[in-house]
Design a protein around this ligand. Structure first.
Ligand code: FAD
Ligand code: UDP
Length: 361
């Protein structure tokens, strides 16, 4: 069979490779000038490996998914650590026992931290919003210090308007584990994401055409099936109105002569600044360089779509588009934008492997 795939990010590239390996002919287009979607990385003009669309750390509990990507890359073990700045002081984030001890001048052990959370939490039933999640676990003071303003800044919405799943990405810990993720597999592609994608797409039955907008070619495609990985509302010409996608503006900066800007990969600024966080790439990549490159993320309503916005209202609107998608002949919708899910990279790989399965004997 012949396939057209719109989008060369994780969704499109994994499906492309699976189909090509199964003997199909695949043409991949992307409106951008590069492959890898939002995971795209590149050397900046000073020779530092950066992630153009913000920091991407690979982590998964899916051994099958790590194994799949390992066909296209070696890995550099990396465990991400994050600090949250409150009133000018840096604390381990996600909140753990050490966060509590430093913030409140305590000397809690694990049982003490658990008892502390139990004392300050505001039980909620049911737990349906992001506000519920945090108040229910750690109470109002920690909510206001670490979550409320970060969430307002990131989403332009109050945590009470966002589904529970957004804040539930962040754990609360009674121990001293200060890793951002606890997945069994945490690593960065040894030569970067872009190189991994190039290898994935390097197959005699895959052709890639960049700088091509799907809308411009959709009328004249002569393939058996289309895999669409862009925003689902755009595919249907916004028939039911726009599905909100949150955007970011990335402010990249190279700091000459600074070997280390901050002590960990990412520092979050819940209450200060218009940006949410600063990431220093050398922590993630392990690169040695006499200077360093950082990125600040400024949330925006308009711009490239980066995040689906998980609210009850938006999910209801998505469901209407999903119904159209199910009846759209010869087209499958895969990925974070097309499925309107707050997917991490590994989840997109999983969704792509599942989507491709029906054409693999
Ligand atoms: P995308 O990567 O968005 O790829 C879609 C591609 O389709 C794009 O290249 C786009 O140009 C193209 N396209 C769209 N519409 C059209 C069209 N009409 N015509 C032609 N081409 C089109 N995940 C993690 O696991 N760990 C992290 O640390 C992490 N950090 C993140 C940080 C940020 C700031 C962001 C925004 C996301 C992060 N993610 C992270 C999530 C990760 O980026 C996504 O899960 C993953 O990239 C989604 O892959 P995708 O193929 O579905 O979409
Ligand atoms: N969050 C927060 N304070 C923080 C970090 C995260 O309130 O210091 C909330 C916020 O709503 C954010 C969500 O938790 O959008 C998920 O955070 P994560 O770091 O997973 O976001 P991503 O890396 O996907 O942007």
């Amino acid at each position: 069979m012949k396939f057209l795939i719109a989008g060369a990010g994780f969704a499109g590239s994994v499906v492309a490779r699976e189909l090509a390996d199964a003997g199909h002919i695949v043409h991949v287009i992307d409106r951008r000038s590069h492959v890898a979607g939002n995971a795209y990385d590149e050397y900046d003009e000073n020779g530092v490996l950066i992630h153009r669309y913000g920091p991407h750390i690979f982590h998964t509990n899916g051994a099958r998914i790590a194994e799949y990507l390992s066909r296209f890359t070696d890995w550099r073990p990396y465990e991400h650590r994050v600090l949250g700045v409150v009133d000018g002081v840096s604390y381990p984030f996600p909140i753990n026992r050490d966060t509590l001890n430093k913030l409140y001048g305590l000397e809690l052990d694990e049982a003490g931290a658990a008892a502390f959370f139990e004392r300050v939490r505001e039980p909620r039933e049911p737990v349906s919003t992001s506000e519920d999640v945090v108040l229910n676990s750690v109470g109002r003071d920690l909510y206001e210090k670490f979550f409320l303003n970060y969430t307002r800044k990131q989403w332009g919405m109050d945590p009470s308007e966002l589904k529970a799943g957004v804040a539930a990405r962040i754990p609360f810990r009674t121990n001293s584990d200060d890793r951002y993720f606890t997945d069994t597999f945490q690593a960065m592609p040894a030569e970067g994401y872009t190189r991994m994608f190039q290898r994935m797409l390097d197959h005699p039955s895959i052709s890639v055409e960049l700088g091509v907008e799907f809308a411009e070619v959709r009328e004249c495609v002569t393939v058996d099936h289309v895999i669409y990985t862009g925003p689902i509302d755009a595919y249907f010409d916004f028939r039911f109105g726009r599905l909100p996608y949150r955007s970011l503006r990335f402010e990249h900066e190279f700091l000459p002569g600074v070997t280390k800007f901050q002590s960990v990969g990412t520092v979050n600024y819940p209450n200060d600044h218009a940006y949410t966080r600063i990431t220093e790439f050398k922590h993630l990549t392990g690169q040695q360089h006499e200077g360093t490159s950082i990125v600040r993320e400024y949330p925006e309503a308009e711009g490239d779509p980066y995040y689906p916005v998980p609210s009850a209202e938006n999910e209801a609107l998505f469901k209407r588009y999903e119904t159209l998608a199910k009846d759209e002949p010869g087209v499958s919708f895969v990925g974070r934008l097309a499925q309107y899910r707050y997917y991490n990279m590994d989840q997109v790989v999983g969704a792509a492997l599942a989507a491709a399965r029906q054409w693999i004997d």
